[in-house]
Design a protein around this ligand. Structure first.
Ligand SMILES: [Zn+2]
Length: 617
């Protein structure tokens, strides 16, 4: 329960908070850790500022806009304990720990009463203000999560790093928000009542169940929301989009995308469990800082730009992605600091399905003036920066070298890995397995291990050969044509037998048969080995496919084919089923002395192909 009042001049919040926490584990608890996320923006000594240098996604911190949270009072049973708070990661102050006078025994409940002030930063990383717009996230003291086997639990309460997001327990939130009566408010959960108070303020009361966070927005210029309904199993979901007047055209696009996304994600995984979804479209000046963030039942979107005409679906992509988080971050709620890929990457993979279902397979990303592109191909092309430091996907979010490495592994590589596995087992089977995973682990904080085990069980195959190298190792799939050449076929020539029986077979006796023997060597210098199809194109226009069943981990494979026509091209993975493979070395044309031109031809063809994939009609 939180009672908060926003000072729009200072951009600060004063609040009281009552936390009722039950020890659901099997071991006693003698300390309570709390996230104080806003202290990430307090000074340049925070882990967040040391990691981000005050920049995130094209938004920058401002020198006048520091943010912090101060706990003025913390009481248990009427005893003041604020002075006992410890900061275990000093000088970082994003986690505070309270040693308890008495342990909380298993099955018992403790009530903690806070008084705090939250100073919002000028927004550059999800939370804060920009002018009169206030996006309030990560703003209250939030208890950590007990994890681990019963009887041997430990606290999970990660400090706030530049590359980490959030992990929290599910709970019930009753929050009252008092703001100037000029302000439009939107928040997590359902509005229970709005009451005008003396002094030209208004108090909004919100209620939310089975959520692990609470965020809100206050702004005097927001229009009344656009409202629509998403139909899901178990009842309709009210969808609201808040935008300022000048963004009204985009608000309509976000509303349609949000409705579509809720309906699709509900059928793929589990039905959306809450009665409402609120989408905030931040004003353009706050778009990079506050846009594109997910909270339970409330997301912020982005992408409003005059260049993004209807049909260039970037605004829709952002909304689909953020709404999609309500499944992987909101319902499944894996530990993002430790295993961000279970949220961001799995979401990316699912987003491509939603976009294709909503807008058609070929034009799911762009469909504008004859230009079409698939969302999935766009995302994979955008994520394929060869200068990024390769890192294993299954790494803690704070353990990546930089934001680029984190993004490439967590978003792009996970998406490519899941797409590859989906192609390998078949899409329908894979979707069913993912649905089983979502059903089994809804509201249970699944780990990577849960994910692997569920997929193996549902797909009926030991997938260690895939999960190990793909998620734990660096190296990926690196397929290339090592060599490809044809010789005219004839029966064997040479000398046979010895002494008086020696016989010579000459060219005249074993003439060319008019056919060709072609040898193709395919190499994989990566660490991931999946079955690969190879298409061979011959001069007479015929094609032949061969398969390299490379699950065993070979590094090369030779194919020998006899045909009446010369080989002219080799196309590895012609249907692009292996999203994990680097697409730039896949098609090779043989001209004259084929082997000499392999590399250059490969590079050229690949560029053309990537271009076609991204923008081609
Ligand atoms: Zn995301």
């Amino acid at each position: 329960m939180i009672d908060a009042r926003l000072d729009t001049g200072r951009h600060s919040i004063t609040a009281t908070q009552t936390l009722v926490w039950t020890n659901a584990g099997g071991s006693a608890v003698d300390r309570l850790p709390f996230h104080l996320y806003l202290n990430a923006f307090k000074n340049e000594s925070s882990l967040f500022m040391r990691g981000s240098h005050g920049e995130m996604r094209d938004a920058k911190a401002t020198d006048s806009g520091w943010g912090w949270i101060q706990i003025e009072s913390l009481q248990i049973g009427g005893v003041e304990l604020a002075g006992k708070l410890e900061y275990p990661n000093k000088p970082d102050e994003t986690v505070a720990e309270l040693p308890l006078p008495q342990p909380v025994q298993p099955g018992t409940t403790i009530e903690v009463n806070f008084k705090f002030t939250a100073q919002l930063p000028e927004v550059f990383a999800r939370t804060g203000y920009k002018g009169d717009f206030h996006m309030v996230g990560q703003w209250f003291p939030k208890i950590g999560v007990r994890v681990g086997p019963p009887g041997a639990e430990h606290w999970e309460c990660s400090p706030f790093y530049a590359t980490t997001e959030f992990f929290a327990d599910f709970g019930t939130y009753d929050v009252t928000l008092t703001v100037p009566s000029t302000h439009v408010v939107a928040a997590t959960g359902v509005l229970v009542k709005a009451v005008d108070m003396p002094g030209q303020t208004r108090t909004f009361t919100y209620h939310a169940e089975d959520v692990h966070d609470f965020a809100w927005m206050a702004d005097p210029y927001m229009e009344p929301p656009l409202v629509g309904k998403a139909k899901v199993e178990g009842g309709d979901v009210e969808v609201r989009v808040y935008a300022r007047k000048e963004q009204a055209a985009f608000a309509r696009r976000h509303l349609q995308a949000a409705i579509g996304a809720i309906e699709k994600f509900s059928t793929y995984f589990v039905p959306y469990p809450w009665p409402i979804m609120t989408v905030i479209d931040p004003p353009v000046e706050a778009m990079f800082g506050a846009g594109g963030m997910e909270y339970p039942t409330l997301v912020t979107t982005a992408g409003d730009s005059v260049f993004l005409r209807p049909g260039i679906r970037l605004p829709e992509m952002v909304t689909v992605h953020e709404v999609g988080h309500n499944w992987f971050q909101g319902i499944l709620a894996s530990n993002e600091p430790e295993e961000a890929w279970l949220d961001e990457g799995v979401n990316e993979w699912a987003d491509a399905h939603v976009m294709r279902d909503l807008y058609g397979a070929r034009a799911s990303g762009v469909d504008w003036k004859g230009w079409q592109a698939d969302y999935g191909a766009l995302r994979i092309a955008a994520g394929a920066d060869p200068t990024t430091l390769p890192s294993p996907i299954a790494a803690a979010a704070y353990a990546f070298a930089d934001e680029e490495a984190y993004g490439a592994a967590t978003y792009a590589a996970t998406n490519r890995a899941l797409s590859t596995l989906e192609e390998y087992v078949g899409s329908a089977k894979f979707m069913a397995a993912m649905k089983a995973y979502a059903k089994e682990f809804a509201f249970k904080h699944p780990t990577g291990r849960d994910f692997y085990a569920t997929l193996e069980r549902e797909l009926g195959e030991d997938l260690g050969w895939f999960f190990g190298p793909v998620f734990q190792e660096v190296g990926g799939i690196k397929l290339a044509v090592r060599s490809a050449e044809c010789r005219a076929a004839h029966n064997a020539r040479g000398v046979w037998g010895e002494g008086s029986t020696r016989k010579v077979t000459t060219e005249t006796e074993a003439p060319d048969l008019g056919t060709y023997v072609c040898e193709v060597v395919i190499q994989n210098t990566g660490v991931v080995h999946v079955p690969v199809e190879i298409e061979l194109e011959f001069a007479d226009g015929t094609r032949q496919r061969v398969t390299w069943d490379d699950k065993a981990g070979g590094h090369w494979k030779r194919f020998t084919i006899e045909r009446s026509s010369k080989l002219v091209a080799v196309n590895i993975d012609p249907d692009k089923k292996i999203a994990l493979a680097n697409p730039t070395q896949h098609r090779v044309r043989l001209e004259g002395d084929g082997s000499a031109s392999l590399r250059a031809a490969a590079r050229l063809a690949s560029w053309a192909q990537t271009l076609m994939q991204v923008v081609g009609p």
